[in-house]
Write a protein that binds this ligand. Structure first.
Ligand code: AMP
Length: 148
């Protein structure tokens, strides 16, 4: 049994482990769905953040959301990809982590989300924090404890 209450792991600030904004694939609110689908497909990610030109976070866009929004009664209306904008269909209700949050703070939200968007005090997008990172760090911490 390992103790996680050593202050070494759960109390760590997420800042040191997040993927910084400049390495995060994203789209802008005004982009059309064709562009968003292109970025999602090329990057291989299921969902990516939606930002405005000032780097404020507005929501998330995903391939399932896009496909659902162009689903007609009898066919997929591909021509809508060019016409619709990301901000019309994106998911606005998303959990947000403050840059000063700890790994411990992130865990309840990571149960249902593979990644969380990180913002600073002024609401500017700083990057993302992934469930994968938590598991990698937990594994490292466990190995370290096992060695001692
Ligand atoms: P991973 O932790 O690599 O399994 O990623 C989980 C999810 O986080 C991916 O499906 C994406 O939605 C998102 N993600 C991870 N890395 C990036 C990135 N560099 N840019 C945009 N989204 C990312």
């Amino acid at each position: 049994m390992i103790s996680l209450h050593s202050g070494e792991y759960l109390d760590n600030n997420i800042r040191n482990f997040m993927i910084p904004s400049e390495r995060v694939a994203h789209v802008q609110v005004g982009n059309n769905l064709e562009h968003a689908l292109l970025v999602l497909t090329k990057s291989g990610y299921t969902a990516i953040p939606v930002l405005d030109p000032y780097y404020k976070l507005h929501g998330l866009i995903s391939t399932p959301i896009i496909m659902d929004s162009i689903l007609g009664l009898e066919r997929i209306e591909f021509e809508q990809l060019e016409k619709k904008r990301v901000e019309e269909v994106m998911n606005r209700k998303i959990p947000r982590l403050n840059i000063n949050a700890s790994i411990q703070d992130s865990i309840p939200f990571l149960i249902d989300n593979p990644f969380l968007c990180v913002e600073n005090e002024d609401g500017y997008f700083e990057g993302i924090f992934t469930r994968r990172t938590v598991l990698i760090e937990l594994n490292k911490h466990k190995r370290k404890l096992n060695k001692n």
